[in-house]
Write a protein of this length. Structure first.
Length: 293
């Protein structure tokens, strides 16, 4: 049972006692507050930290996400995690976000009995609201990447800015109980390790298929914001580089990298015109969602 009723203070020894031998979480560094756990982990890597090093914090003051957005989390209530993982410059980095998002989703399904879906490129969704997100970062010349994960655990609407209250949700709002962050963190790290081993054994295709199973937007109409224009089409999934595949209204298939798009919004139905007016573009851009870390 995850519902321990205990005060949820991150304890590295307790988390590590629940790990099942996978590489992530050794060492595990916990700090009360920082600007960004990703930044802290990059410093540790520069000092010699290797694969599997994990940094967690109770609070971030400058947690960042896609397109300059910020990850907002109250002190001591949610999971703020960064993981060091191998990366080769010749490989696309998109699979790192896919790997982490699938691992978060499966942990929630398995350990919290929560119905979860994924939204490209890095959002974990429950009840049509964002419960978690992923931010993968790479650096030229470095054989390690940093994958940041944010998961809303005990935060509530009263902890969030008004503009996020109808777009975010936490585990305690889905399942009204006390959640121990140590147990959730151990489950997440075990899940990351299990999927990493599967990737090494079976290749990217097995992860690709699982992400497609979990994505609720496959085959659905959506609009994307691309270079200031809004395009509409049918979401067909992702390719083996982790890029979004969108079938436009004229039948053309378009491929988008995560950094090329600032919004992916589901539609009830496709509009008559592929591109909205300038007025509609500005109105829709005002409703973009925040990405994690």
């Amino acid at each position: 049972m995850l519902d321990t009723g205990q005060r949820s203070v991150i304890s590295p020894p307790l988390v590590q006692s629940r790990l099942d031998g996978h590489p992530f979480g050794d060492p595990l560094i916990h700090i009360p507050s920082c600007e960004s756990t990703n930044d802290v982990l990059w410093v540790e890597i520069k000092r010699g930290a290797g694969m599997g090093t994990v940094v967690t914090a109770d609070c971030q003051t400058l947690g960042r996400g896609r397109s300059g957005s910020r990850w907002i989390s109250p002190v001591g209530k949610d999971l703020l995690v960064s993981v060091a993982t191998p990366w080769e410059e010749s490989r696309p980095s998109g699979y790192l976000s896919i790997w982490a998002a699938v691992s978060v989703a499966e942990m929630l399904i398995r350990d919290a009995d929560v119905r979860v879906s994924l939204k490209w490129p890095n959002d974990v969704i429950v009840n049509r609201r964002k419960i978690g997100g992923v931010m993968a970062e790479t650096k030229a010349g470095c054989s390690l990447a940093v994958v940041g994960i944010g998961l809303n655990v005990s935060s509530r609407d009263s902890d969030r800015p008004p503009d996020l209250r109808d777009r975010a949700i936490s585990l305690c709002e889905v399942r009204d109980r006390t959640w121990d962050r140590n147990i959730l963190l151990a489950g997440l790290l075990n899940g990351l390790g299990e999927w990493w081993q599967r990737l090494n054994r079976e290749g990217w295709l097995v992860l690709y298929r699982r992400w497609m199973d979990l994505c609720s937007m496959i085959g659905c109409p959506a609009r994307v914001t691309y270079r200031g224009a809004i395009l509409a089409g049918i979401v067909e999934g992702i390719d083996l580089d982790g890029c979004l595949m969108l079938r436009e209204m004229d039948g053309r298939q378009r491929r988008f990298h995560p950094w090329e798009i600032t919004g992916l919004v589901p539609l009830e139905e496709l509009p008559e015109n592929r591109m909205s007016s300038s007025h509609e573009r500005k109105k829709n851009n005002a409703g973009g969602t925040e990405s994690s870390r």
